[in-house]
Design a protein around this ligand. Structure first.
Ligand SMILES: [Zn+2]
Length: 136
């Protein structure tokens, strides 16, 4: 399950800080859910074709007025892609959020943090839990 061999060198690289989204290898193939503070997209590595799930989350800075945006990318295995394609024949409502969040944490995940730098989270860290520590 925790297969770090998914993808190629390009989609497993660590991008330089401030690398723009458009130069990353993850090509968005379709939107699964979009709202002002959450979004999920299916992506595909433009070099090796590996499917990736992209997750955007904005935490509202109630205290300091500073909204914090995180974006995560995790490679999908075949059965997960099939499951998502089956469960999301088109965009659905807010119930999509927990349903798609549950995929994260299964394997290493690239994270773009609010300071515009990238790092890889090890399996077991689910961005869902970031919400607990990252917001009041
Ligand atoms: Zn790749």
């Amino acid at each position: 399950m925790f297969d770090d061999k998914l993808g190629c060198k390009k989609c497993n690289a660590s991008p330089e800080p401030k690398t723009s989204r458009s130069t990353l290898p993850y090509e968005i193939t379709r939107s699964l859910y979009e709202s002002s503070h959450y979004a999920f997209w299916l992506c595909e590595c433009r070099y090796c074709g590996t499917p990736w799930l992209e997750y955007f989350k904005e935490f509202i800075g109630w205290l300091d007025g500073d909204d914090k945006m995180y974006t995560s990318w995790m490679p999908l295995v075949e059965f997960e892609l099939a499951e998502i394609s089956r469960n999301f024949p088109q965009e659905r409502g807010r119930e999509s959020i927990p349903e798609l969040q549950k995929y994260f944490g299964r394997r290493r995940t690239l994270v773009l943090d609010p300071k515009n730098s990238y790092h890889w989270d090890q399996p077991g860290i689910n961005p869902l839990h970031l919400a607990v520590t990252g917001s009041p």
